[in-house]
Design a protein around this ligand. Sequence first.
Ligand code: HEC
Ligand code: HEC
Ligand code: HEC
Ligand code: HEC
Length: 216
Amino acid sequence: MKKVLILFLAISVIGAIGVVLAQISGSSHDLRTYGTGGTQATSQICVYCHTPHNANTSARTSYLWNRNVRATDYSVYDGTYTDPLANNTTHTLMCMSCHDGTTTAIGGMINTPSDYDGSQNTVYVTGDANLGTDLTNDHPIDLVYKNDSEGGPLPSSTYNSSSSVTTAGIKLFTFGANTNVMTCASCHAPHNESGLSSLLRITADSSQLCTTCHNL
Ligand code: HEC
Ligand code: HEC
Ligand code: HEC
Ligand code: HEC
């Protein structure tokens, strides 16, 4: 009986990981061949962002992060109704460790896998995916999403409630005392969970993504 249970658990774990791999594998966050002309720099996928051992110990990161993040915060857009949190969330720092085009090279992992060939040591994100180090010209992030029906600052005449946006598939996060925090990962799914273009959580077709939050 015990053996059967262990076998069942092993299959469930493999099954769950398989599902994640099936989605991130082949997506734009499958970085194994990024900038190498098609050759796999390592066989691993998750390792570009996470490591099971010797991860970044800074309180500015979480999720067993396998990269350095910028020491100083990025300035973000300050909306009419909300104020940005005092500091960037760990999500901003983690996404921007690659997407500012300078902080870490794609191969710049803290704990490199044993089969990594070194070919991405000087490869950085380029083009549109390089957002640069100034986020004041990007959609607001690192703020508390709540409309006035929930005691928050956003007017319900133009912003839907946080419960309705999360029901629709947007993710809001908790950081310390702050709940309902909107980050890069509110609109984007870093593991391509939804399989939509631009790694979005809700399709941008007919601007459905925008109208999920903006009651317009
Ligand atoms: C390109 C970077 C990147 C890659 C590659 C990546 N992740 Fe993540 N992962 C993130 C970020 C950023 C977060 C935090 C945002 C979030 O939860 O969506 C995260 C969060 C997580 C979490 C916490 C989720 C939760 O809901 O608490 C787990 C577990 C995880 N990743 C596992 C994996 C596994 C397993 C793989 C490989 C199959 C992987 N990740 C590949 C960036 C990445
Ligand atoms: C390990 C480096 C790394 C991290 C960390 C990372 N990305 Fe990326 N991301 C990339 C690379 C490389 C690409 C491909 C860029 C290209 O094709 O030019 C990419 C592509 C994307 C794209 C474009 C997808 C498409 O198909 O057009 C989006 C959106 C994106 N990332 C969002 C995020 C967000 C949000 C986070 C944090 C939650 C994040 N990334 C974290 C490296 C990273
Ligand atoms: C309000 C939703 C939203 C938030 C928040 C958001 N993005 Fe995006 N992002 C989008 C949409 C929509 C696109 C697709 C744009 C297009 O197709 O032209 C996109 C595209 C991108 C791309 C692909 C390059 C491009 O310009 O098309 C990257 C990389 C990216 N986002 C990273 C990030 C990072 C990093 C953050 C946090 C600093 C972030 N995004 C926050 C909605 C968002
Ligand atoms: C997860 C919910 C969410 C999504 C999705 C979203 N927004 Fe927003 N948007 C907000 C919040 C919250 C603010 C900040 C409001 C404030 O403080 O004025 C904001 C601010 C803005 C602003 C600036 C308003 C100002 O006060 O200066 C514009 C313009 C905007 N969003 C457009 C868009 C567009 C276009 C899309 C789709 C690509 C989009 N948003 C998707 C929540 C969202």
